[in-house]
Design a protein around this ligand. Sequence first.
Ligand code: PMP
Length: 432
Amino acid sequence: SQENLAEEALVSRRSRLLGAKSQLFYDEPVHLVRGEGVWLYDADGRKYLDAYNNVAHVGHCHPHVVEALCRQASLLNTHTRYLHTAILDYVERLTATFDASLSTAILSCTGSEANDIALRMAQAATGRMGIIATDATYHGNTAAVSQLSTRMPPVGGRARHVRLVPAPDSYRHPDAMATGKAFGDAVREAIASLEQDGIGLSGMILCPLLANEGFPALSSGFFGDALRAVREAGGLVIADEVQPGFGRTGSHFWGHQRAGFVPDIVTMGKPMGNGHPVAAVVTTREILATFRNAFRYFNTFGGNPVSSAVANAVLDVLEQEDLVANAFDVGAYAQGLLRPLADRHECIGEVRGAGLFFGAELVHDRKTREPAPDIAEQVANRMRHRGVLMGKTGIHGNVLKIRPPMPFSRDNAAFLIGMLDEVLDEVGGVPA
Ligand code: PMP
């Protein structure tokens, strides 16, 4: 058809200009031209329910955020070596949501950059290089941070100062989840190995929701043993809040608060600017001072007047529309609708998540728990064709990932789960 031809032309133009492997979602990529709230519209005017996008945190093109952006962009935008109140107002507001010890920040433009800074802070504070992460994570794309990601092995092999510990799997090893002892033991082993190699530990970085690891169901206090080991070895704890931050989990504003620990350094990005590139590293006064003494740090764009105005506006909307409470309510409601689907669809192994970050682990066989990434892929594609955008993630790539903008309503949730029920009917019996 005409539509398909136009789309194929765009795909090949994209490959030519951006490289053949530039990432695209879905077997038939979506060509979006407009967004509003939880809805997205393609070039043919077709409407999609966005159940994937944690970037448009308070809803696509939220008028309050757009207005703040336009107003500041038409007044002043410049680099960050001048006095300006917007960044100070923002950091005051932001740090007020943390434990009192976390009272200072550096603003950057991406989550990758924030994590890069966090690694250097831990190095500056400890005088050591060693860093621990899980073996199924993603923390970003700078040269230093990409060393922590397992999706693509680094050229020349993993750097000497990096140790990856097995990500917990709540579905296959539920007994290991009660105490977090196995995870703690793996961290202790990694620390010993770094010390043996004369590298020593600077810290451990982890997403408190283990989002990219497939958001396993963790007992409260799961991280306690591991983080105690890190601190006993003089290392710092870095919480990557790119995924759970800004109230996504509904019960808490930050994932580490939900997980019950206070980090030394916190990084955040994606939802912070509702699509505008702004990110941050929050830490203690002492760590920040050590970092600034060790490195002459400057960031041209990070926290510029426009970015700060946008970030402030996002906090306004979260407060004014009570979106964290909404995430709690709608997330619980949606999981309540999703859970009974497991009675009808053999491929659902486990339903889990928190607030507006939830999903289901799909398997070929509940007894062997053999992962079904192929079914997850088909589900995401079929949902796309029915006008719902969602994704998949996890250690085995078989976990349906539902992570909509925060104004997602109960009606939206019912619509999504109803559609998912139909799609699972279609794919559930299809052999691999
Ligand atoms: N940390 C985590 C946990 C992420 O999931 C991501 C991106 N998906 C990043 C960091 C990197 O953020 P950015 O793409 O803004 O650099």
